[in-house]
Design a protein around this ligand. Structure first.
Ligand code: C2E
Ligand code: CA
Ligand code: CA
Length: 607
């Protein structure tokens, strides 16, 4: 058997081992040279880099610090090399996390920050923090153990980002959050309610008649006013609540941590009060009111769109109840809004669907005892609901912008009808039509086409008169003056409807060349038993006559009212006593009856 451990064999093995060790050593030396070369290259390169290169050994001491690092941190290499990194460039609040991360890496080789780009804050020599972008790599070999951190100062980029973010999220005029940020805040607040099991209130606040103020004061003053409004609103609410500006004069307020809905009432009142104090702008004192709608999360809805809609509906309800008030959302309000939306849809179909009809109510010449005028009163035969009152659908037509189309329909139909009756019964017959302020203000309402229609068809303007409200004269004076002159040129007469319920200023009636005043039915109704209303009716009649304006008393229901009005010298009467508004066919019977009545009274007179 051969001896496996002969001296010759041992020698061979030894040389083999030595050779292997040598080869390994060479290999290692080469590798080390490569690493060192790379490292030197890195350092050379880093001096010209736009990034700071900070190197650190595994004990946390700074071992490399390039020129850019000197620049962005303010420390020279001499000052900082061999210092503990966390003491020098890591803000105090991050130091513990940094040390923990280091420790974990050394124990497990794991790290969350290695080889990816992260954004953190760094500490400058002068103590201020600034945002940096950092990418970290590690060299872990027996000869070299080192972290390389490439650090870029991103202060400028962050600043630009902030500017852009602010622009996208804040209103530049008032510096309040805008719609964008409001929605983010709202969502955030909803989540925090879910977590804390609490409620929040969302308010929509709209300044009443802000547009008028803006128009009369000018936009610069309007802007100042909005700034002042914002600061007043902010003063009322708590630090944790947010006031935002959605648009124009529309604000929202989010009240967090509400545990009692009743507690919101005094806040609403305080908000209203804060705006009710006069605003001093230069030499002008401005008085404002606002309307507020409130909804609660999660009670009223858990959906963000619903909450917005609820608050908006509640705010509109407050406005339609007379403004300068607040209103909480209720399901009933929601029903009302739904009905309204359906009605708008139905109204759109009503004109083409021939669902409108004009009723006519006689206006009696009290002194001559004649019927030669009527008021056209619109009726809507709704396919499901039956007859709908104009008191219900006219305001909705106004709000939805449909009133112009409807107003035109009334004009063209009434004029045709009146023309026919003039030929058939009475050459002086005149129909009075109601107009909404909208039709006068909205250029697209095409009222100006009325005049060309009359002349094209050879119809006298006297066939028709228009009823307007006092408010129109007060609110939009300049625009209206010109329009009224056009009516005058077309020989169309003008009445003031519901006189006495608004501004009741007689002085401007002359100025606008008004032909008729219609005393509101509320005064006529009470004439019999309220001496004040009796005196008021008489005063209106006497003064109007002095100004050369004819008076029509509305809502005459009793013989006594008729007699009193005649005694005061009132020119015309309209009311259930003479007739309710009736369809055209029935009105023709009235015309016939009255024409024979005329003849009989005329024959009586001549007899
Ligand atoms: P208004 O212009 O004040 O019309 C008079 C209203 O009083 C009419 O109501 C009429 O039916 C009612 N009335 C007449 N005599 C008496 C009476 O003796 N006693 C009582 N209690 N009421 C009487 P109606 O027809 O329901 O119209 C309501 C309102 O709707 C009108 O008030 C008018 O403002 C508006 N309206 C009607 N038709 C039109 C229209 O074509 N265009 C516009 N813009 N508004 C219209
Ligand atoms: Ca009227
Ligand atoms: Ca009236």
């Amino acid at each position: 058997m051969p001896d496996t451990n002969s001296p010759a064999d041992e020698n061979d093995e030894k040389t083999l081992l030595e050779a292997r060790v040598k080869a390994l050593e060479t290999d290692l030396r080469q590798k080390k040279e490569i690493i060192l070369a790379q490292h030197t290259q890195l350092e050379a390169f880093s001096e010209s880099s736009i990034d700071a290169l900070v190197q650190m050994d595994f004990d946390g001491y700074i071992t490399g610090w390039n020129k850019q690092a000197e620049k962005i941190f303010g420390w020279s290499a001499d000052e900082i090399l061999e210092q503990k990194i966390e003491q020098m460039i890591i803000p105090v609040r991050y130091r513990a996390a940094h040390l923990k991360g280091m420790k974990r890496f050394l124990e497990t080789g794991e790290t969350s920050v290695m080889n990816s780009l992260i954004e953190i804050h760094a500490l400058h020599r002068n103590g201020h923090e600034f945002p940096v972008e950092l990418s970290l790599s590690v060299i872990d070999s027996p000869d070299l153990q080192e972290f390389n951190a490439y650090i870029r100062d991103i202060s400028e980029r962050k600043h630009a980002e902030t500017v852009i973010w602010n622009q996208a999220n804040f209103d530049s005029l008032t510096s309040l959050p805008n719609r964008n940020l409001f929605l983010q805040n709202l969502e955030h607040e909803m989540h925090s309610c879910d977590r804390s099991n609490q409620s929040m209130a969302l308010m929509y606040l709209d300044v009443d008649r802000f547009k008028d103020v803006n128009d009369s004061l000018g936009h610069d003053m309007g802007d100042l006013l909005l700034i002042e409004i914002s600061s007043r609103l902010k003063k009322v609410v708590r630090e944790i609540d947010t006031v935002s500006r959605l648009s124009g004069d529309e604000f929202t307020i989010i009240l967090g941590n509400i545990d009692d809905q009743l507690a919101v009432q005094p806040i609403c009142q305080e908000l209203l009060d804060s705006l009710a104090r006069p605003f001093q702008l230069d030499n002008e004192k401005v008085f404002l009111t606002a309307s507020i709608g409130v909804t609660f999360y999660p009670q009223d809805s858990k959906k963000i769109e619903d909450l917005q809609r609820n608050a908006d509906q509640a705010m509109y309800a407050a406005k339609s109840e007379g403004s300068n008030r607040f209103n909480f959302f209720t399901p009933e309000l929601q029903q009302r809004a739904l009905r309204k939306r359906k009605m708008i849809g139905d109204l759109r179909k009503a004109i083409n669907g021939e669902q409108f009809e004009i009723y006519y109510q006689p206006i009696i010449d009290l002194q001559e005892n004649m019927l030669n005028k009527a008021e056209a009163l619109l009726r809507w035969h709704h396919p499901e609901s039956g007859l709908v009152s104009p008191a219900v659908f006219i305001p909705i037509a106004e709000e939805s912008g449909l009133i112009s189309e409807i107003g035109n329909w009334v004009f063209y139909n009434a004029i045709e009808q009146a023309g026919q009756w003039r030929e058939q019964y009475n050459g002086e017959f005149q129909v009075s039509i109601n107009t909404s302020p909208w039709q006068w203000i909205d250029e697209a309402a095409a009222m100006s086409k009325w005049f060309s229609h009359l002349s094209q068809h050879g119809i006298s303007g006297q066939t028709i008169s228009v009823e307007i409200t006092e408010g129109l004269l007060m609110d939009a004076r300049d625009k209206i003056t010109n329009r009224l002159l056009d009516f005058r040129d077309a020989e169309i007469q003008v009445s003031i409807d519901d006189f006495g319920t608004g501004y009741s200023s007689l002085s401007y009636l002359k100025q606008f060349d008004i032909d008729y005043l219609k005393i509101d039915q509320s005064f006529v109704r009470n004439m019999d038993h309220d001496p004040n209303d009796l005196a008021l009716c008489e005063a209106i009649i006497v003064m109007a006559q002095k100004l050369g304006i004819k008076v029509i008393a509305e809502g005459v229901e009793t013989e006594n009212q008729d007699r009193l009005l005649k005694d005061f010298g009132c020119d015309f009467g309209q009311g259930y006593l003479y007739s309710r508004p009736v369809p055209a066919a029935d009105f023709e019977s009235l015309l016939e009856q009255w024409s024979t009545k005329d003849k009989s009274s005329a024959s009586k007179n001549t007899a």
